[in-house]
Design a protein around this ligand. Structure first.
Ligand code: ADP
Length: 645
């Protein structure tokens, strides 16, 4: 058979139904679409009048009016924008997915090319930002109406037209009787959609979706009470003259023109956080994707910051039209405390949440927003240490997650982390670079210790030798710290080493060698003693050995190199996780008088006395690190005995 090219046949009515009912998740969106179209039409009229003044011979006051007629069950959305002639009506409203707005944009782009401008900025007066570009928004009207009438008069022409359709697959165009330029769209509402005749409902939708449309949107009730008194009429008319929208898109104004109070008000409106923002970050993205953003850091962490159902993300606008709030895709999870608005002209209006997930524009905005927030924090760190610390107290824990989840920014994030240290005062934290700067020349690694409480960590006997050698130790007491060890890996070429694990050695090479020799000598001398202690504590520890970590305490408990720290074990168990018991190593201080005494007693005292002394020693080591003793009664009994002696 010969190859033939056929046009697809489509059942237009069904196709329309599909477009209307599957494209939008909420019926109320129709109002946003029609108001956006009206705003576009005014944008275009304004723009065209820049070069043809005759188009605005009527000296228009640009506006969008919504009029409700309860008797006729109609809702009308009117504008005094460009209007359309018969050909345009056919082209724009008679062809599904044909966008006049898109064509206008293309025409603008060409004009710029011909006139040699630099993009949209080259157009005299600046090209308008047109909302529509998909060519289906108008049909959203059929979600709530069973018939739509469009009456329109194109600016600069004298004949008006009327377009009408009930969505059954055809439409009519006839002469109209509109006598002023612009377009009115009348929706004959379905009986179950009469809520849109209500002023409060309309006002709510305008606030939600079209608050920042640049022209006033007003509401008029076409069925005032028949017996309305003059003063009531006057009041109603005054009221109806007030715009429902605020018309100021704060994020579009340059920072120097906006007062901080205005930003504060906007933040409160956006977040319902009456404390006001901690930091306000207006900025615009240029280059690959153009957008404007207004971001805020809050003063305090919200209660649900660590809850999975926490609302996170930024509000998204496309050319001043609200698309949605809590758009998670605009922020990495570790910046979920950031609030604000992003407005981009590079996205289509009917973009859905699902589409945003993989959208390249959204990805680029997310990257730019992330970088901006990080550079703001870097500035704060540099210029106002106390303020940064306040921020870190509230959000440091969340920020740390980024080291694990965002490889591309991990190095910047590490520089923003702060930790308390063994040497520092309680409540003081240091940056890693400051820790490294203070390291003695013999120290190669960055030392840390994990504990549930800072006070316990600070007192841990494990730190004694490190202290003696002038090495500070980071105190990791935030539950996420331990999880981060893998991702932190190194800082400034230095590894992170847990001082309570495996073998650690402090001081110069000579000092380390001397300590090693002394350790070997003591281990040999104390061999029988160590073996007996190990036997007594068989159930509790995997080994008993002479320590290089201790100077003042008689003993401490340490872990094998790759073991899970006790604080983490407790946390996992609290979360009902199965964690096998892992025995630790008891390290003793061979030079301590108590150990010397116990070693002496080992050969002379009775086995039962020796055993209870050693059990007591073990319990004391648990207490010293902040762990609960395994046998409280045994410990109390022994303590009482000793006190009596
Ligand atoms: P979009 O707005 O995405 O381009 P629509 O289906 O909403 O698509 O509208 C199709 C076209 O109809 C618009 O691009 C525009 O050219 C025209 N149009 C719609 N509403 C108006 C209006 N109020 N005034 C003038 N033209 C309009």
């Amino acid at each position: 058979m010969e190859k033939k090219t056929n046009q697809f046949k489509a059942e237009i009515a069904e196709m329309l139904d599909l477009v209307v009912n599957s494209l939008y998740s909420k019926k109320e969106i129709f109002l946003r679409e029609l108001v956006s179209n009206a705003s576009d039409a005014i944008d275009r009229a304004k723009f065209l009048s820049l070069t043809d003044k005759s188009l605005i011979a009527d000296n228009p006051e640009w506006k969008i009016q919504i009029a409700a007629n309860r008797d006729a069950k109609t809702l009308m959305i009117s504008d005094n924008g460009t209007g359309m002639d018969a050909a345009e009506l056919e082209q724009n409203l008679g062809t599904i997915a044909s966008s006049g707005t898109k064509k206008f944009r293309e025409m603008l782009a060409k004009q710029v090319e011909v006139e040699g401008g630099d993009g949209e900025k080259g157009v005299p007066g600046g090209a308008p930002e047109l909302i529509g570009q998909f060519g289906v928004g108008f049909y959203a009207a059929f979600m709530v109406a069973d018939k739509v009438t469009v009456e329109t008069l194109k600016r600069g022409t004298a004949t008006s037209y009327k377009w009408e359709s009930d969505m059954s697959g055809s439409y009519t165009i006839s002469d109209g009787d509109r006598d002023f330029p612009g377009t009115s769209i009348t929706l004959h509402l379905r009986d179950d959609q009469l809520e849109y005749l209500d002023k409060w409902r309309v006002s709510e939708l305008i606030k939600k979706y079209s608050d920042f449309i640049a022209y006033p949107v007003t509401f008029k009730d076409l069925n005032p009470p028949a017996d309305e008194k003059d003063e009531d009429k006057k009041r109603r008319e005054e009221d109806e003259a007030k715009p429902l929208n605020t018309m100021v898109a704060l994020w579009k104004r340059t920072k120097k023109d906006v007062k901080q109070e205005e930003y504060d008000e906007f933040y409160k409106h956006l977040t319902h956080d009456w404390d006001g923002p901690f930091e306000t970050i207006p900025f615009s993205g240029e280059g690959a994707v153009e957008f404007k953003a207004l971001l805020f850091l809050p003063k305090k962490a919200s209660m649900d910051l660590f809850m999975p159902q926490q609302k996170r993300g930024l509000s998204l606008y496309v050319r001043n039209v609200f698309i949605g709030d809590d758009i998670e895709m605009l922020l990495p999870s570790y910046l979920r405390f950031v609030k604000g608005v992003v407005d981009s002209a590079d996205l289509p209006l009917n973009v859905s949440r699902e589409m945003l997930q993989d959208d390249a524009v959204i990805q680029k905005i997310k990257t730019a927003v992330t970088k901006k927030i990080l550079s703001t924090l870097e500035d704060l760190k540099k210029k106002d240490a106390a303020k940064y610390d306040e921020f870190y107290t509230n959000f440091g824990t969340v920020l740390k997650e980024g080291v694990h989840t965002d490889w591309s920014e991990a190095d910047r994030l590490k520089k923003l982390l702060k930790y308390p240290t063994a040497r520092g005062e309680a409540g003081k934290r240091v940056f890693l670079e400051d820790y490294v700067k203070d390291m003695p020349s013999t120290q190669k690694d960055i030392y840390y210790i994990t504990a549930e409480r800072e006070a316990d960590a600070r007192k841990s006997p494990v730190l004694e030798s490190a202290r003696q050698h002038g090495c500070d130790v980071l105190l990791w007491c935030d539950p996420v710290d331990e999880y981060l060890t893998e991702s932190l890996r190194d800082f400034d070429g230095k590894k992170f080493v847990d001082v309570s694990k495996g073998d650690v050695a402090f001081g110069s090479e000579d000092e380390q060698k001397a300590a090693k020799d002394a350790n070997e000598k003591a281990s040999a001398e104390l061999k029988p003693f160590l073996e007996s202690v190990k036997k007594v504590l068989e159930a509790n520890v995997s080994d008993v050995r002479v320590s290089t970590r201790l100077t003042d305490s008689p003993c401490c408990l340490v872990q094998q190199e790759h073991a899970m720290p006790p604080s983490m074990v407790r946390m996992m168990r609290a979360m009902n996780q199965q964690v096998p018991d892992e025995k630790r190593i008891l390290e003793i201080n061979a030079a301590h008088p108590l150990i010397k005494k116990l070693a002496d007693l080992h050969s002379s005292t009775s086995t039962s006395d020796f055993n209870s002394d050693i059990a007591f020693l073990y319990d004391a080591a648990l207490i010293a690190e902040g762990s609960p003793v395994t046998d409280g009664a045994r410990f109390a009994k022994k303590l009482a005995e000793l006190m009596l002696k």
